[in-house]
Design a binder for this molecule. Structure first.
Ligand SMILES: [Zn+2]
Length: 213
């Protein structure tokens, strides 16, 4: 089995895999999309919202913003031992978002989120996502809970776009385009680890059945 880097640019990586069949390349692709945990806003407390946008629309819009993900210092909420619905410092990063318009219309952007607790690594992928426009006299005040999640649970936690295609030399090419949560290299190595874990779990389950039988 041989892996070669064919192309690397800012957000994407193309790898050539020799002696890898389509089903294995596809399994890797599916794990990259569905099983690599990345960070997004999972819960929003709305303290104040006098904008014309409803709470539901505001929350939905915020939840689609990708966050630079700190995989080394955070755990999935379901794998954290805090058993706290609001989470702990190992499974949640908190931001606040407060804005008011006084004399003129104000556009609130992702860059206006203020880190309340968590590592400085975690932040919106871009500060330029518009969230809401406020007319004079309008205010929003929100608390945002950013958590790790997987694409298999909700598309907002999908790490990127991953495709498999045949290369001219008969091998498989894997194209990984990151949405900015993680580097494409990290996405594909985490996908391989997730696939490995799954195969190992399956192996253990088979062993159990054989032992019991
Ligand atoms: Zn926790």
């Amino acid at each position: 089995m041989e892996v070669r880097v064919i192309n690397r640019d800012e957000d994407s990586l193309t790898l050539e895999l020799s002696e890898v069949n389509l089903s294995l390349a596809n399994a890797l692709r599916r794990h990259a999309i569905n099983e690599v945990p990345v960070m997004a806003v999972e819960e929003v407390l709305v303290m104040d919202n006098s904008s014309v946008v409803s709470n539901e629309v505001l929350v939905h819009r915020i939840s689609l913003i990708p966050f630079v993900t700190d995989l080394d210092n955070y755990r999935l909420p379901e794998e954290c031992d805090c058993n706290n619905r609001l989470g702990c410092e190992r499974c949640v990063v908190r931001f606040s978002l407060k804005a008011s318009a006084v004399d003129e219309v104000v556009t609130v952007y992702s860059r206006d989120m203020v880190l309340e607790s968590g590592t400085g690594i975690v932040r919106p992928v871009s500060g330029d996502f518009p969230i809401v426009k406020l007319a004079p006299g309008q205010t929003i005040e929100l608390e945002l809970y950013v958590r790790l999640g997987k694409g298999s649970k909700h598309a907002k936690w999908q790490s990127g776009i991953v495709t498999v295609y045949d290369s001219e030399s008969g091998g498989k090419r894997l194209y990984i385009e990151s949405f900015g949560f993680l580097s494409p290299e990290r996405i594909i190595t985490e996908a391989a680890k997730a696939l490995e874990r799954r195969v190992r779990d399956l192996g253990s389950a088979i062993e159990e059945v054989i032992k019991d039988g």
